[in-house]
Design a protein around this ligand. Structure first.
Ligand SMILES: [Mg+2]
Length: 259
């Protein structure tokens, strides 16, 4: 493994339940000090880029300019590149801030932008979205993760609603976050590196490792966050490498970390 750049998933890799993983801040400080090209990447869709950057700094992580690439960033890129003007956002209020240059249309939107809204899901909303979809709106989902790790254990994630809407309306969602290859390619493009030269560090065997490998990157799985040994076995995906936590990265990549 001889990479030139790194992508770090956030939740479950650098912090769990808002608390930094032991050694994570030190590793990221080394990455920044050694000028290793990197991006923080995340499917988190509840926060605008500005809020995300502020929270990372509050957690003690170094955040150089343009070092965060989120599923929200990817959704904005997708809408712009497809000349979509009128959207119906299903997003947390803060995330909506990144879509300020689009027109919100609650009658005939060109696209629905679907992100995490926690417990705000209800039948009336699903029914409204179903109506938009059968009238031709595009379904743009920031991700379709099956589940996520909370302090109460694993809980179903946005994928539950994406799959339900696809099934009911007979449509296929565009997924702009992980594991979409375009997501990883955009992040690598931002680094100015070919995917083959980039290592992804993640805790989700499907969205992180599977997606990264599909896009041509090397996938390193950490045993923190949502990692479960049996999920890995059931996925059929074989990580290029595994480590207990991100703190072990300097041992794995001595060339980048100058050992
Ligand atoms: Mg994660």
């Amino acid at each position: 493994m001889n990479p030139e750049g790194l992508l770090f998933d956030l939740d479950g890799v650098l912090y769990v339940e808002g608390r930094p993983v032991p050694g994570a801040i030190d590793v990221m400080t080394q990455v920044v000090n050694r000028a290793v090209p990197f991006r923080y990447i995340t499917n988190t869709s509840t926060r605008s880029l500005t809020t995300l950057e502020r929270q990372l700094r509050q957690r003690g992580l170094p955040v150089p300019n343009d070092s965060v690439f989120s599923a929200i960033s990817a959704a904005v890129q997708w809408l712009e590149s497809h000349s979509v003007k009128r959207i119906y956002p299903v997003l947390a209020e803060d995330a909506c801030r990144d879509f300020g240059h689009f027109i919100v249309d609650d009658e005939q939107p060109e696209a629905i932008v679907l992100g995490d809204i926690g417990e705000d899901w209800n039948y009336a909303l699903l029914n409204r979205l179903f109506g938009f979809l059968i009238n031709g709106a595009q379904l743009v989902a920031v991700h379709r993760n099956r589940y996520w790790q909370t302090e109460k254990g694993l809980q179903p994630d946005l994928g539950l609603f994406v799959a339900g809407l696809e099934y009911a309306a007979g449509v296929e969602a565009v997924v702009v976050g992980k594991p979409a290859s375009e997501f990883f390619h955009s992040a690598c493009l931002g680094l100015g590196l070919e995917p083959q030269r980039v290592v992804l560090v993640g805790d989700d065997i499907e969205s992180d490792i599977g997606g990264a490998q599909q896009a041509g990157l090397t996938g390193v799985l950490v045993h923190t966050g949502k990692y479960r040994r049996d999920f890995v076995a059931a996925s059929g995906i074989v990580p290029d490498c595994e480590m207990n936590s991100v703190a072990d990265l300097p041992d794995l990549l001595p060339k980048l970390f100058g050992h």
